[in-house]
Ligand binder design. Structure first.
Ligand code: ADP
Length: 552
C-alpha cells in the first residue's frame, strides 16, 4: 500500500512539475519572441521616419546585432549591412517584402540553417519606393531549452529527490494510522471516518470467526474425548497416508510409539498387511484384515473417503479381537475334541453291535459284549451330559437361582451319595464340617462342583487311600477342601488339568468313567459362585483342591 501511495503521489507531482515547466517555457518563449518582434518593429519605424525625412543615411547605417537591408521595388538588394549585395539573390518573393510592397509593412520569422537560431524580419516601404528591412537573430525554443538544460537537470534532480522524500512521507502519513489499527478491536479506531463501515464489518466478522473457532475447538475437544476413550483405534488419513486424526488406542493397540497428526500412518504399524490395507482403501476399496502381533489379534477395517467420487483419504478402524479369536479357537478345539471323544465310544459300540448282528457268538461272550456296549453308552451319556452342562455354563446361563445354601450340607449329601463308589475303589471317604457355612449360591452348581472334586479324589487314588472333604470358615470366607493321598499330578500338568478334555492319564480316566471335563466344570462353577480355586499336588503323594467362597 505504501508503495502504491508513494507511486501515485510521486507521479502526480512529477506530472504537475513537467506540465508547469512546459507551460512556463512556452509562455516565456512566446513573450520573448513578441518582445523581439516589437523591438524590431519599433526600430524599423524609427529608421523609416529618419530615412524618409533625410535625417539619416540609411544606405550606410549599421546597428549592432541587426542586419539592415534595402531592397528596390523590383526585389534587387541595393544595400545590406552584412553581405555583398552583388552576391545576393532577388528578394521580391520574401513574405515580409511582399507585405511591405502591398501594405507598407510586413514581417516574417524564418529558421536559420542551424536549429539554434530563428531570424526575425520586419520590412517597411520607404517614401522613395524602396523597402527597408531589418532583421535580428533570436534563439530558437530548442536553443533556449539547451541553454537551460544543465541548471534545469540539476534543479529537476533536486526536486525529484525532494518529491521522493515527500511522497514517502505522505504515504507513511496515510498508512501509519491504518497499520496501527488494533485488529482485535478495530471498532476503537477513529483515525479515518471513511474506514468506519469497513472496520465495523471487520469487527463483526471477527466476532463470527471467534465464535466459529471456539465452536470448532469445542467440537475438536469433544471428538478427542470420545475417540481417546474408545477401545477401538481410529485413524483418519489423507491420500498421502498422512494422519489427519488419530486416537490413543490406535498406537496403543499396536504397541507402537506415540504418533501425531501429520505423521505417516505407517508409523503405527509397518507390516505388509497393514500397508496393503491402507493402499487398498486409498485405491477406493474397502479393505479388511487381521494382524496377529505378539500380544494381540487385531482386526483392521480401512474404508475410503470420497469427495465428489474422488478418494481424498481413508478411515481406519482397529479392533482388538484377541478374546474373540481366542474364544473361537477354543470353540474350534472343543468341537474337534467333542467329535473325537464321541467317536471313540460310538466306534466301539458300533463294533460290538456289528459282531452281535452277524451272530454265532457264544452266550457268555454276548454278555460281555452287552456289558461293553452298556459301559460305552454310559460314557457317552456322561460325556453328553458334561458337554451340555459346560456349554450352558459357557453361555453364562444364570437360570440357576442364587440362594442361601449350606456348603456343609451339600458336601454331606455328596459324600453320602459317593460313599459306595469310594468303597468300590477301596478309598476311605471322610467328611469334616463343623458348621453349616452358608454362601450365596445354587445347590445344583455347588453339588456338581463338590461331586466332581470328590469323584476325582476317589478315582485318582489307590486302594486303601483316603479322601477327605472338609468345610471351614475363615475371614469371611467358606473354604471347601477336597484332599486325597492318591496318585497326585505331575508338576507340568498342574496348570493344564482345568482345561477341557485334558487328562494326565487318558486310559485311567476313561476306565474310571472320566470325561476330561470335570475340572473345567468346577472352574466355571467357582467363577459363577464368585469364588477362587487353587490346586496343590505332589506326584505319588496326593492332591488337594481348595475352593474359597465369600461367606454369607
Ligand atoms: P476326568 O473326567 O478325566 O476326571 P477332570 O477334568 O475331572 O477329568 O480331571 C482332569 C485330569 O486331572 C484327570 O484326567 C486327572 O488326570 C487329573 N486329576 C484330577 N483330579 C485329580 C486328583 N485328585 N488326583 C490326581 N489327578 C487328578
Amino acid at each position: 500500500m505504501n508503495k502504491k501511495i508513494f507511486k501515485t503521489v510521486f507521479l502526480s507531482i512529477l506530472m504537475t512539475l513537467v506540465l508547469v515547466l512546459g507551460v512556463s517555457i512556452s509562455v516565456f518563449y512566446t513573450t520573448y519572441e513578441n518582445r523581439i518582434e516589437d523591438d524590431l518593429s519599433a526600430e524599423l519605424r524609427f529608421l523609416t521616419v529618419a530615412a524618409n525625412d533625410g535625417s539619416a543615411d540609411i544606405s550606410s547605417v549599421s546597428i549592432p546585432g541587426h542586419r539592415v537591408t534595402i531592397i528596390s521595388e523590383d526585389g534587387t538588394v541595393v544595400y545590406d549591412s552584412e553581405a555583398d549585395t552583388g552576391e545576393m539573390e532577388n528578394h521580391l518573393a520574401r513574405p515580409e517584402v511582399q507585405s511591405a510592397i502591398l501594405y507598407g509593412f510586413g514581417e516574417d520569422t524564418r529558421e536559420s540553417h542551424t536549429l539554434m537560431e530563428n531570424l526575425h524580419y520586419a520590412a517597411s516601404k520607404l517614401a522613395n519606393g524602396d523597402i527597408l528591412r531589418l532583421s535580428v537573430p533570436a534563439d530558437t525554443l530548442f536553443s533556449v531549452i539547451m541553454d537551460m538544460l544543465l541548471p534545469m537537470v540539476f534543479i529537476l534532480l533536486l526536486l525529484l529527490a525532494f518529491f521522493a522524500w515527500f511522497s514517502m512521507k505522505a504515504a507513511k502519513h496515510i498508512t501509519d494510522p491504518i497499520n496501527s489499527i488494533d485488529l482485535e478491536h478495530p471498532e476503537t479506531s477513529d483515525e479515518y471516518e471513511e474506514l468506519s463501515p469497513l472496520l465495523y464489518r471487520i469487527a463483526k466478522q471477527q466476532t463470527t470467526i471467534r465464535e466459529q473457532l471456539e465452536s470448532a475447538e469445542r467440537r475438536g475437544r469433544e471428538f478427542s474425548i470420545i475417540t481417546d476413550n474408545m477401545a477401538e483405534g481410529l485413524a483418519v488419513i489423507d491420500k498421502e497416508m498422512r494422519l489427519l486424526s488419530v486416537n490413543k488406542a490406535a498406537f496403543r493397540l499396536f504397541d507402537s510409539e506415540e504418533v501425531k497428526p501429520g505423521d505417516s500412518v505407517l508409523a503405527i504399524n509397518r507390516t505388509e498387511i497393514f500397508s496393503g490395507l491402507v493402499t487398498d482403501s486409498l485405491d477406493g476399496k474397502r479393505a479388511e484384515g487381521i494382524i496377529d502381533n505378539k500380544t494381540r489379534t487385531l482386526q483392521i477395517i480401512a474404508s475410503p473417503v470420497f469427495e465428489y467420487s474422488t478418494v481424498t483419504g481413508a478411515v481406519i478402524i482397529i479392533m482388538d479381537i484377541t478374546e474373540k479369536s481366542e474364544r473361537e479357537r477354543l470353540r474350534r478345539e472343543f468341537t474337534a475334541n467333542v467329535s473325537h471323544e464321541l467317536k471313540t465310544p460310538l466306534t466301539s459300540i458300533s463294533g460290538f453291535a456289528e459282531l452281535l448282528k452277524n451272530g454265532g457268538i457264544p452266550e457268555s461272550t454276548v454278555k460281555d459284549f452287552g456289558k461293553e456296549i452298556y459301559d460305552e453308552s454310559q460314557r457317552l451319556i456322561a460325556l453328553v451330559h458334561d458337554i451340555i452342562r459346560l456349554s450352558k455354563l459357557d453361555e453364562g446361563d444364570d437360570s440357576e437361582a442364587m440362594e442361601r445354601v449350606s456348603v456343609s450340607e451339600i458336601a454331606e449329601d455328596v459324600v453320602s451319595r459317593l460313599r459306595k463308589r469310594a468303597e468300590s475303589f477301596g478309598v476311605h471317604l471322610v467328611l469334616s464340617a463343623d458348621n453349616p457355612s452358608y454362601i450365596n449360591g445354587s445347590e445344583l452348581l455347588l453339588d456338581e462342583l463338590v461331586s466332581n472334586l470328590v469323584d476325582n479324589a476317589i478315582k485318582y487314588n489307590r486302594k486303601g487311600g483316603k479322601a477327605i472333604v472338609s468345610v471351614s470358615q475363615s475371614d469371611g470366607e467358606v473354604i471347601l477342601s477336597v484332599k486325597d493321598n492318591g496318585i497326585g499330578i505331575p508338576e507340568e500338568d498342574k496348570e493344564r488339568v482345568f482345561e477341557r478334555f485334558y487328562r494326565v492319564d487318558k486310559s485311567r480316566s476313561r476306565a474310571s468313567g472320566g470325561t476330561g471335563l470335570g475340572l473345567s466344570i468346577v472352574r466355571h462353577s467357582v467363577m459363577m459362585l464368585h469364588g477362587t480355586v487353587s490346586l496343590s499336588s505332589k506326584l505319588g503323594e496326593g492332591t488337594e483342591i481348595t475352593v474359597r467362597f465369600p461367606s454369607l
